[in-house]
Design a protein around this ligand. Structure first.
Ligand code: GLU
Length: 484
Protein backbone atom coordinates (compact mmCIF):
# COMPACT_ATOMS: atom_id res chain seq x y z
CA UNK A 1 0.00 0.00 0.00
CA UNK A 2 1.31 3.43 -0.92
CA UNK A 3 1.89 6.06 1.75
CA UNK A 4 2.20 9.81 1.19
CA UNK A 5 2.72 12.63 3.62
CA UNK A 6 2.01 16.32 3.89
CA UNK A 7 4.77 17.79 6.06
CA UNK A 8 4.20 21.50 6.73
CA UNK A 9 6.35 23.60 9.02
CA UNK A 10 4.20 25.71 11.36
CA UNK A 11 6.28 28.84 10.86
CA UNK A 12 3.52 31.00 9.39
CA UNK A 13 -0.12 30.84 8.38
CA UNK A 14 -0.87 28.05 5.91
CA UNK A 15 0.20 29.34 2.50
CA UNK A 16 -1.93 28.77 -0.57
CA UNK A 17 1.02 27.05 -2.31
CA UNK A 18 1.46 24.71 0.65
CA UNK A 19 -2.23 23.90 0.49
CA UNK A 20 -1.76 22.92 -3.16
CA UNK A 21 0.94 20.46 -2.00
CA UNK A 22 -1.45 19.05 0.60
CA UNK A 23 -4.19 18.74 -2.01
CA UNK A 24 -2.01 16.88 -4.50
CA UNK A 25 -0.92 14.43 -1.81
CA UNK A 26 -4.55 14.03 -0.83
CA UNK A 27 -5.68 13.50 -4.43
CA UNK A 28 -2.88 10.99 -4.88
CA UNK A 29 -4.14 9.16 -1.80
CA UNK A 30 -7.70 9.15 -3.11
CA UNK A 31 -6.73 8.07 -6.60
CA UNK A 32 -4.19 5.40 -5.72
CA UNK A 33 -5.73 4.30 -2.46
CA UNK A 34 -2.76 5.47 -0.41
CA UNK A 35 -2.52 6.42 3.25
CA UNK A 36 -2.29 10.18 3.79
CA UNK A 37 -0.05 11.18 6.69
CA UNK A 38 0.12 14.63 8.26
CA UNK A 39 3.50 15.35 9.84
CA UNK A 40 4.25 18.61 11.60
CA UNK A 41 7.84 19.69 10.99
CA UNK A 42 8.39 22.01 13.93
CA UNK A 43 12.10 21.65 14.57
CA UNK A 44 12.71 25.35 13.95
CA UNK A 45 11.88 26.26 17.53
CA UNK A 46 12.32 29.98 17.07
CA UNK A 47 9.86 30.25 14.19
CA UNK A 48 7.39 27.44 14.92
CA UNK A 49 4.29 28.49 16.84
CA UNK A 50 1.26 26.55 18.09
CA UNK A 51 -1.08 29.12 16.52
CA UNK A 52 0.44 28.40 13.11
CA UNK A 53 -0.12 24.70 13.65
CA UNK A 54 -3.75 25.52 14.52
CA UNK A 55 -3.95 27.56 11.33
CA UNK A 56 -2.83 24.48 9.37
CA UNK A 57 -5.61 22.40 10.93
CA UNK A 58 -8.11 25.17 10.28
CA UNK A 59 -7.14 25.22 6.60
CA UNK A 60 -7.32 21.44 6.34
CA UNK A 61 -10.74 21.37 8.03
CA UNK A 62 -12.03 24.03 5.69
CA UNK A 63 -10.73 22.10 2.67
CA UNK A 64 -12.10 18.85 4.12
CA UNK A 65 -8.72 17.17 3.77
CA UNK A 66 -8.70 14.57 6.49
CA UNK A 67 -5.47 12.82 7.40
CA UNK A 68 -5.36 9.06 8.01
CA UNK A 69 -2.50 9.51 10.46
CA UNK A 70 -1.21 12.63 12.19
CA UNK A 71 -0.61 14.39 15.51
CA UNK A 72 -4.30 14.51 16.39
CA UNK A 73 -5.34 11.30 14.70
CA UNK A 74 -2.44 9.16 15.90
CA UNK A 75 -1.25 6.08 14.02
CA UNK A 76 1.31 3.36 14.35
CA UNK A 77 4.21 5.44 12.99
CA UNK A 78 3.87 8.24 15.54
CA UNK A 79 4.57 10.59 17.05
CA UNK A 80 3.81 12.80 14.07
CA UNK A 81 5.24 16.04 15.43
CA UNK A 82 8.99 16.31 15.01
CA UNK A 83 9.60 17.97 18.39
CA UNK A 84 8.02 14.90 20.00
CA UNK A 85 10.20 12.65 17.90
CA UNK A 86 13.26 14.53 19.15
CA UNK A 87 12.22 13.82 22.74
CA UNK A 88 11.84 10.14 21.89
CA UNK A 89 15.43 10.09 20.64
CA UNK A 90 14.41 8.91 17.17
CA UNK A 91 16.87 11.14 15.31
CA UNK A 92 19.67 10.58 17.81
CA UNK A 93 19.43 6.83 17.40
CA UNK A 94 19.97 7.00 13.64
CA UNK A 95 22.63 9.64 14.09
CA UNK A 96 24.62 7.39 16.41
CA UNK A 97 24.59 4.78 13.69
CA UNK A 98 25.96 7.22 11.13
CA UNK A 99 28.65 8.37 13.59
CA UNK A 100 29.65 4.79 14.42
CA UNK A 101 29.82 3.86 10.76
CA UNK A 102 31.92 6.98 10.15
CA UNK A 103 29.40 8.38 7.69
CA UNK A 104 28.98 11.44 9.88
CA UNK A 105 31.38 13.44 12.05
CA UNK A 106 31.44 16.16 14.68
CA UNK A 107 32.24 19.63 13.50
CA UNK A 108 33.45 22.26 15.96
CA UNK A 109 33.95 25.09 13.50
CA UNK A 110 32.41 28.35 14.63
CA UNK A 111 30.07 30.42 12.47
CA UNK A 112 32.98 32.81 12.05
CA UNK A 113 35.26 30.03 10.72
CA UNK A 114 32.58 28.89 8.29
CA UNK A 115 31.75 32.42 7.16
CA UNK A 116 35.43 32.96 6.39
CA UNK A 117 35.47 29.78 4.27
CA UNK A 118 32.36 30.91 2.46
CA UNK A 119 33.82 34.33 1.82
CA UNK A 120 36.99 32.77 0.41
CA UNK A 121 34.96 30.58 -1.97
CA UNK A 122 33.05 33.66 -3.07
CA UNK A 123 36.26 35.59 -3.72
CA UNK A 124 37.60 32.72 -5.80
CA UNK A 125 34.26 32.35 -7.58
CA UNK A 126 33.93 28.72 -6.52
CA UNK A 127 30.90 26.94 -5.06
CA UNK A 128 31.25 26.66 -1.30
CA UNK A 129 32.45 23.28 -0.09
CA UNK A 130 33.29 22.79 3.57
CA UNK A 131 37.06 22.29 4.08
CA UNK A 132 36.51 19.16 6.24
CA UNK A 133 38.85 20.57 8.81
CA UNK A 134 37.01 18.69 11.57
CA UNK A 135 36.96 15.43 9.64
CA UNK A 136 40.70 15.33 10.07
CA UNK A 137 40.65 15.68 13.87
CA UNK A 138 42.07 12.67 15.70
CA UNK A 139 39.98 10.75 18.28
CA UNK A 140 41.67 12.44 21.25
CA UNK A 141 41.05 15.90 19.90
CA UNK A 142 37.41 15.00 19.29
CA UNK A 143 37.01 13.56 22.80
CA UNK A 144 38.56 16.70 24.34
CA UNK A 145 36.30 19.01 22.44
CA UNK A 146 33.23 16.93 23.21
CA UNK A 147 34.07 17.16 26.91
CA UNK A 148 34.37 20.92 26.68
CA UNK A 149 31.74 23.61 26.26
CA UNK A 150 32.63 24.15 22.61
CA UNK A 151 29.59 24.25 20.41
CA UNK A 152 29.33 21.41 17.92
CA UNK A 153 27.28 20.14 15.03
CA UNK A 154 27.20 16.75 13.36
CA UNK A 155 27.89 16.80 9.65
CA UNK A 156 27.31 14.23 6.95
CA UNK A 157 30.32 13.23 4.93
CA UNK A 158 29.05 13.54 1.39
CA UNK A 159 30.41 10.63 -0.66
CA UNK A 160 32.43 11.46 -3.69
CA UNK A 161 29.87 10.10 -6.16
CA UNK A 162 30.37 11.85 -9.49
CA UNK A 163 26.93 11.04 -10.78
CA UNK A 164 23.90 10.66 -8.57
CA UNK A 165 20.73 10.18 -10.56
CA UNK A 166 17.59 11.54 -8.97
CA UNK A 167 14.55 10.04 -10.60
CA UNK A 168 11.44 12.18 -10.44
CA UNK A 169 7.88 11.16 -11.19
CA UNK A 170 7.14 14.47 -12.86
CA UNK A 171 10.30 15.43 -14.70
CA UNK A 172 13.29 13.80 -16.36
CA UNK A 173 16.06 12.23 -14.29
CA UNK A 174 18.41 14.77 -12.81
CA UNK A 175 22.12 13.95 -12.64
CA UNK A 176 23.90 15.49 -9.64
CA UNK A 177 27.68 15.69 -9.20
CA UNK A 178 28.13 15.09 -5.45
CA UNK A 179 31.62 16.55 -5.45
CA UNK A 180 29.80 19.88 -5.70
CA UNK A 181 27.75 19.21 -2.55
CA UNK A 182 29.31 20.39 0.67
CA UNK A 183 29.16 18.19 3.80
CA UNK A 184 25.96 19.32 5.45
CA UNK A 185 24.64 19.55 8.98
CA UNK A 186 22.56 16.69 10.40
CA UNK A 187 22.44 17.89 13.98
CA UNK A 188 22.44 21.64 14.59
CA UNK A 189 24.37 23.32 17.40
CA UNK A 190 21.11 23.75 19.33
CA UNK A 191 20.78 19.97 19.42
CA UNK A 192 17.94 19.83 16.90
CA UNK A 193 18.09 17.80 13.70
CA UNK A 194 18.36 19.73 10.45
CA UNK A 195 15.51 19.66 7.93
CA UNK A 196 17.33 17.40 5.46
CA UNK A 197 18.17 14.92 8.17
CA UNK A 198 14.86 14.78 10.04
CA UNK A 199 12.85 14.55 6.84
CA UNK A 200 14.81 11.50 5.72
CA UNK A 201 14.57 9.72 9.06
CA UNK A 202 10.84 10.40 9.17
CA UNK A 203 10.10 9.50 5.56
CA UNK A 204 12.06 6.28 6.06
CA UNK A 205 10.56 5.26 9.40
CA UNK A 206 7.06 6.29 8.40
CA UNK A 207 7.48 4.11 5.30
CA UNK A 208 6.56 6.89 2.92
CA UNK A 209 6.50 5.53 -0.63
CA UNK A 210 5.92 8.78 -2.55
CA UNK A 211 7.08 12.27 -1.72
CA UNK A 212 5.00 14.92 -3.49
CA UNK A 213 6.21 18.47 -2.85
CA UNK A 214 7.12 21.75 -4.49
CA UNK A 215 9.87 22.07 -7.03
CA UNK A 216 11.80 24.29 -4.61
CA UNK A 217 12.84 21.07 -2.85
CA UNK A 218 14.61 19.59 -5.88
CA UNK A 219 17.94 20.92 -4.68
CA UNK A 220 17.49 19.11 -1.34
CA UNK A 221 16.72 15.81 -3.00
CA UNK A 222 20.30 14.58 -3.71
CA UNK A 223 21.23 15.20 -0.08
CA UNK A 224 18.19 13.28 1.07
CA UNK A 225 18.88 10.41 -1.33
CA UNK A 226 22.47 10.17 -0.08
CA UNK A 227 21.17 9.98 3.48
CA UNK A 228 18.69 7.25 2.57
CA UNK A 229 21.56 5.25 1.14
CA UNK A 230 23.85 5.90 4.10
CA UNK A 231 21.14 4.77 6.53
CA UNK A 232 20.35 1.71 4.44
CA UNK A 233 16.71 2.66 3.83
CA UNK A 234 14.85 2.46 0.52
CA UNK A 235 14.14 5.98 -0.76
CA UNK A 236 10.65 7.01 -1.81
CA UNK A 237 9.68 8.01 -5.33
CA UNK A 238 9.97 11.80 -5.54
CA UNK A 239 7.48 13.93 -7.49
CA UNK A 240 8.22 17.63 -7.65
CA UNK A 241 5.28 19.87 -8.44
CA UNK A 242 5.70 22.95 -10.62
CA UNK A 243 5.94 26.33 -8.95
CA UNK A 244 2.93 28.60 -8.62
CA UNK A 245 3.53 32.04 -10.08
CA UNK A 246 1.55 35.27 -9.89
CA UNK A 247 0.13 36.70 -13.08
CA UNK A 248 3.28 38.75 -13.63
CA UNK A 249 5.16 35.41 -13.72
CA UNK A 250 7.06 36.08 -10.50
CA UNK A 251 6.89 33.73 -7.51
CA UNK A 252 3.48 33.92 -5.81
CA UNK A 253 3.74 36.32 -2.90
CA UNK A 254 1.74 38.82 -0.86
CA UNK A 255 2.07 41.28 -3.73
CA UNK A 256 -0.37 39.14 -5.70
CA UNK A 257 -3.03 39.31 -2.99
CA UNK A 258 -3.88 36.92 -0.22
CA UNK A 259 -1.45 34.06 0.32
CA UNK A 260 -2.88 32.67 3.56
CA UNK A 261 -5.57 30.06 3.06
CA UNK A 262 -7.71 31.47 5.88
CA UNK A 263 -7.81 34.81 4.03
CA UNK A 264 -9.56 33.11 1.13
CA UNK A 265 -12.15 31.81 3.53
CA UNK A 266 -12.71 35.24 5.03
CA UNK A 267 -12.91 36.87 1.59
CA UNK A 268 -15.89 34.69 0.76
CA UNK A 269 -14.46 31.94 -1.40
CA UNK A 270 -16.06 28.51 -1.15
CA UNK A 271 -13.67 25.72 -0.31
CA UNK A 272 -15.10 23.58 -3.10
CA UNK A 273 -14.13 26.27 -5.60
CA UNK A 274 -10.62 26.68 -4.19
CA UNK A 275 -10.19 22.90 -4.16
CA UNK A 276 -11.16 22.70 -7.85
CA UNK A 277 -9.00 25.71 -8.74
CA UNK A 278 -5.89 24.45 -6.93
CA UNK A 279 -6.22 21.00 -8.48
CA UNK A 280 -5.75 22.68 -11.85
CA UNK A 281 -2.55 24.42 -10.75
CA UNK A 282 -0.11 21.85 -12.04
CA UNK A 283 -2.49 19.10 -13.07
CA UNK A 284 -4.80 19.02 -16.09
CA UNK A 285 -7.48 16.64 -17.29
CA UNK A 286 -7.43 15.10 -20.77
CA UNK A 287 -10.04 17.56 -22.07
CA UNK A 288 -10.79 21.21 -21.47
CA UNK A 289 -13.29 20.72 -18.64
CA UNK A 290 -12.60 23.07 -15.75
CA UNK A 291 -15.31 22.41 -13.20
CA UNK A 292 -14.80 19.21 -11.25
CA UNK A 293 -16.40 18.24 -8.01
CA UNK A 294 -14.35 16.51 -5.35
CA UNK A 295 -15.52 13.03 -6.26
CA UNK A 296 -14.64 13.31 -9.93
CA UNK A 297 -11.25 14.83 -9.12
CA UNK A 298 -10.49 11.83 -6.92
CA UNK A 299 -11.02 9.48 -9.84
CA UNK A 300 -9.63 11.62 -12.67
CA UNK A 301 -6.46 12.86 -10.99
CA UNK A 302 -3.35 11.12 -12.22
CA UNK A 303 0.33 11.71 -11.63
CA UNK A 304 1.19 11.36 -15.30
CA UNK A 305 -0.76 14.51 -16.08
CA UNK A 306 1.21 16.75 -13.76
CA UNK A 307 2.87 19.51 -15.67
CA UNK A 308 6.57 20.32 -15.62
CA UNK A 309 5.94 23.96 -16.38
CA UNK A 310 5.01 26.58 -13.83
CA UNK A 311 1.37 27.21 -13.02
CA UNK A 312 -0.08 30.71 -12.96
CA UNK A 313 -2.42 31.75 -10.16
CA UNK A 314 -5.17 33.59 -12.03
CA UNK A 315 -7.38 35.32 -9.46
CA UNK A 316 -9.94 36.29 -12.13
CA UNK A 317 -10.40 32.65 -12.98
CA UNK A 318 -10.68 31.72 -9.30
CA UNK A 319 -13.42 34.35 -8.85
CA UNK A 320 -15.25 33.08 -11.91
CA UNK A 321 -15.04 29.54 -10.59
CA UNK A 322 -16.27 30.67 -7.19
CA UNK A 323 -19.30 32.23 -8.87
CA UNK A 324 -20.01 28.93 -10.64
CA UNK A 325 -19.89 27.09 -7.32
CA UNK A 326 -22.08 29.71 -5.63
CA UNK A 327 -24.72 29.23 -8.36
CA UNK A 328 -24.67 25.49 -7.88
CA UNK A 329 -25.59 25.72 -4.16
CA UNK A 330 -29.11 24.92 -3.01
CA UNK A 331 -31.24 27.74 -1.59
CA UNK A 332 -30.64 26.69 1.99
CA UNK A 333 -26.92 26.01 1.52
CA UNK A 334 -26.38 29.40 -0.12
CA UNK A 335 -28.23 31.16 2.64
CA UNK A 336 -26.12 29.46 5.29
CA UNK A 337 -22.86 30.36 3.51
CA UNK A 338 -23.87 33.96 2.88
CA UNK A 339 -25.17 34.87 6.35
CA UNK A 340 -21.76 35.39 8.03
CA UNK A 341 -20.92 37.92 5.31
CA UNK A 342 -23.98 40.15 5.63
CA UNK A 343 -23.17 43.70 6.72
CA UNK A 344 -25.31 45.83 9.05
CA UNK A 345 -27.27 47.47 6.24
CA UNK A 346 -28.10 44.07 4.72
CA UNK A 347 -29.08 42.64 8.06
CA UNK A 348 -31.40 45.60 8.64
CA UNK A 349 -33.05 45.01 5.26
CA UNK A 350 -33.45 41.29 5.83
CA UNK A 351 -34.74 41.71 9.39
CA UNK A 352 -38.09 42.69 7.87
CA UNK A 353 -38.52 39.26 6.27
CA UNK A 354 -39.29 35.79 7.53
CA UNK A 355 -36.50 33.21 7.67
CA UNK A 356 -37.77 31.42 4.58
CA UNK A 357 -38.15 34.65 2.60
CA UNK A 358 -34.58 35.61 3.55
CA UNK A 359 -33.35 32.41 1.90
CA UNK A 360 -35.43 33.16 -1.17
CA UNK A 361 -34.09 36.71 -1.36
CA UNK A 362 -30.48 35.55 -1.13
CA UNK A 363 -31.09 32.83 -3.68
CA UNK A 364 -32.71 35.27 -6.11
CA UNK A 365 -29.48 37.28 -6.49
CA UNK A 366 -27.07 34.35 -6.74
CA UNK A 367 -26.22 35.02 -10.39
CA UNK A 368 -24.61 38.29 -9.35
CA UNK A 369 -22.24 36.83 -6.80
CA UNK A 370 -18.58 35.99 -7.42
CA UNK A 371 -17.65 36.22 -3.75
CA UNK A 372 -20.06 35.72 -0.86
CA UNK A 373 -19.83 39.33 0.47
CA UNK A 374 -20.94 40.59 -2.96
CA UNK A 375 -24.44 39.93 -1.59
CA UNK A 376 -24.30 43.26 0.22
CA UNK A 377 -24.43 45.10 -3.08
CA UNK A 378 -27.66 43.42 -4.18
CA UNK A 379 -30.12 43.64 -1.31
CA UNK A 380 -31.23 47.22 -1.66
CA UNK A 381 -34.04 46.09 -3.98
CA UNK A 382 -35.60 44.31 -1.03
CA UNK A 383 -35.42 47.28 1.29
CA UNK A 384 -38.92 47.70 2.77
CA UNK A 385 -38.06 51.03 4.34
CA UNK A 386 -40.72 53.39 3.04
CA UNK A 387 -38.56 56.42 3.53
CA UNK A 388 -35.58 55.31 1.47
CA UNK A 389 -37.98 54.03 -1.20
CA UNK A 390 -40.04 57.24 -1.45
CA UNK A 391 -36.94 59.44 -1.56
CA UNK A 392 -35.57 57.49 -4.50
CA UNK A 393 -38.84 57.43 -6.41
CA UNK A 394 -39.26 61.19 -6.03
CA UNK A 395 -35.94 61.58 -7.81
CA UNK A 396 -37.06 59.71 -10.93
CA UNK A 397 -38.82 61.11 -13.99
CA UNK A 398 -41.87 59.31 -15.38
CA UNK A 399 -43.71 59.95 -18.64
CA UNK A 400 -47.50 60.02 -18.64
CA UNK A 401 -47.73 56.58 -20.17
CA UNK A 402 -45.28 55.23 -17.59
CA UNK A 403 -47.39 56.62 -14.79
CA UNK A 404 -50.40 54.95 -16.33
CA UNK A 405 -48.59 51.60 -16.51
CA UNK A 406 -47.62 51.85 -12.85
CA UNK A 407 -51.08 52.82 -11.63
CA UNK A 408 -52.69 50.06 -13.69
CA UNK A 409 -50.31 47.53 -12.24
CA UNK A 410 -50.93 48.71 -8.67
CA UNK A 411 -54.67 48.54 -9.12
CA UNK A 412 -54.60 45.06 -10.63
CA UNK A 413 -52.16 43.49 -8.25
CA UNK A 414 -53.92 44.76 -5.16
CA UNK A 415 -57.05 42.97 -6.24
CA UNK A 416 -55.35 39.82 -5.02
CA UNK A 417 -55.46 39.23 -1.32
CA UNK A 418 -52.35 37.11 -1.57
CA UNK A 419 -49.32 38.23 -3.56
CA UNK A 420 -47.81 35.14 -5.16
CA UNK A 421 -45.33 35.04 -8.00
CA UNK A 422 -48.05 33.63 -10.28
CA UNK A 423 -50.31 36.58 -9.47
CA UNK A 424 -47.50 39.05 -10.09
CA UNK A 425 -46.59 37.37 -13.39
CA UNK A 426 -50.21 37.25 -14.50
CA UNK A 427 -50.70 40.93 -13.71
CA UNK A 428 -47.49 41.81 -15.53
CA UNK A 429 -48.67 39.86 -18.57
CA UNK A 430 -51.99 41.71 -18.63
CA UNK A 431 -50.26 45.08 -18.52
CA UNK A 432 -47.73 44.02 -21.16
CA UNK A 433 -50.58 42.95 -23.42
CA UNK A 434 -52.33 46.27 -22.91
CA UNK A 435 -49.12 47.97 -24.01
CA UNK A 436 -48.78 46.21 -27.36
CA UNK A 437 -46.70 43.38 -25.91
CA UNK A 438 -43.77 45.72 -25.15
CA UNK A 439 -42.17 44.28 -22.00
CA UNK A 440 -39.57 47.02 -21.63
CA UNK A 441 -42.26 49.69 -21.56
CA UNK A 442 -43.83 47.95 -18.58
CA UNK A 443 -41.05 46.39 -16.52
CA UNK A 444 -38.85 49.46 -16.35
CA UNK A 445 -41.34 51.95 -14.89
CA UNK A 446 -42.77 49.36 -12.51
CA UNK A 447 -39.32 48.57 -11.20
CA UNK A 448 -38.51 52.25 -10.76
CA UNK A 449 -41.81 53.19 -9.18
CA UNK A 450 -42.42 50.20 -6.94
CA UNK A 451 -38.86 49.34 -5.92
CA UNK A 452 -37.08 52.60 -6.35
CA UNK A 453 -34.22 51.09 -8.34
CA UNK A 454 -33.39 51.14 -12.02
CA UNK A 455 -31.66 47.80 -11.97
CA UNK A 456 -31.76 44.72 -9.78
CA UNK A 457 -32.77 41.11 -9.53
CA UNK A 458 -35.86 39.56 -11.10
CA UNK A 459 -38.73 42.00 -10.56
CA UNK A 460 -41.41 39.32 -10.12
CA UNK A 461 -39.44 37.77 -7.27
CA UNK A 462 -38.87 41.12 -5.57
CA UNK A 463 -42.50 42.24 -5.81
CA UNK A 464 -43.67 38.90 -4.48
CA UNK A 465 -41.28 39.03 -1.56
CA UNK A 466 -42.15 42.63 -0.74
CA UNK A 467 -45.69 41.39 -0.10
CA UNK A 468 -49.11 42.98 -0.02
CA UNK A 469 -48.61 45.37 2.85
CA UNK A 470 -45.54 47.02 1.35
CA UNK A 471 -47.04 47.12 -2.12
CA UNK A 472 -50.23 48.68 -0.88
CA UNK A 473 -48.36 51.39 1.02
CA UNK A 474 -46.26 52.11 -2.04
CA UNK A 475 -49.30 52.14 -4.31
CA UNK A 476 -51.05 54.80 -2.20
CA UNK A 477 -47.92 56.90 -2.24
CA UNK A 478 -47.68 56.56 -6.05
CA UNK A 479 -51.36 57.40 -6.49
CA UNK A 480 -50.75 60.63 -4.68
CA UNK A 481 -47.42 61.37 -6.35
CA UNK A 482 -48.75 60.82 -9.84
CA UNK A 483 -52.02 62.67 -9.35
CA UNK A 484 -50.40 66.10 -9.06
N1 GLU B 1 8.59 21.04 6.14
C1 GLU B 1 9.01 21.17 4.78
C2 GLU B 1 8.36 22.41 4.20
O1 GLU B 1 7.39 22.90 4.76
C3 GLU B 1 8.58 19.94 4.02
C4 GLU B 1 9.40 19.70 2.85
C5 GLU B 1 9.19 18.33 2.25
O2 GLU B 1 8.06 18.06 1.84
O3 GLU B 1 10.12 17.57 2.22
O4 GLU B 1 8.82 22.95 3.21
Amino acid sequence: MKRVRFAPSPTGNLHIGTLRTALFNWLFAKRYNATYVLRIEDTDKARSKPEYEDNIYEGMDWMEIVEDEGPKKGGKFGPYRQTERIVEGIYQKQLNRLLEEKKAYYCFCTDKDLDAEREEAKQKNRPYIYSRKCLRLNPDEIADKLNSEISRTVKFEVPDTKSLIVSDGVRDDIDFDCSLISDFVLLKSDGNPSYNYSVVVDDALMEITDVIRGEDHISNTPKQLLLFKALGFTPPQYHHLPMILGQDKSKLSKRHGATAVTDYESQGYLSDALYNFLALLGWSPTDTTEIFDRASLSTLFSMDRISKSNAVFDVTKLKWMNGQYIRSLSESALSEKVKPFLDDASNAILAEYSESDVSKIIYSVRDNLALLPDINGYLESFNTSFESFSEKVKGFQFTDSERQVVLDFCKNILEYSDITSENVSKTMDIIVEKNDGKKGKVFKPIRKALIGLERGPNIVEILTLLGRENLSKRASFLNELFSV
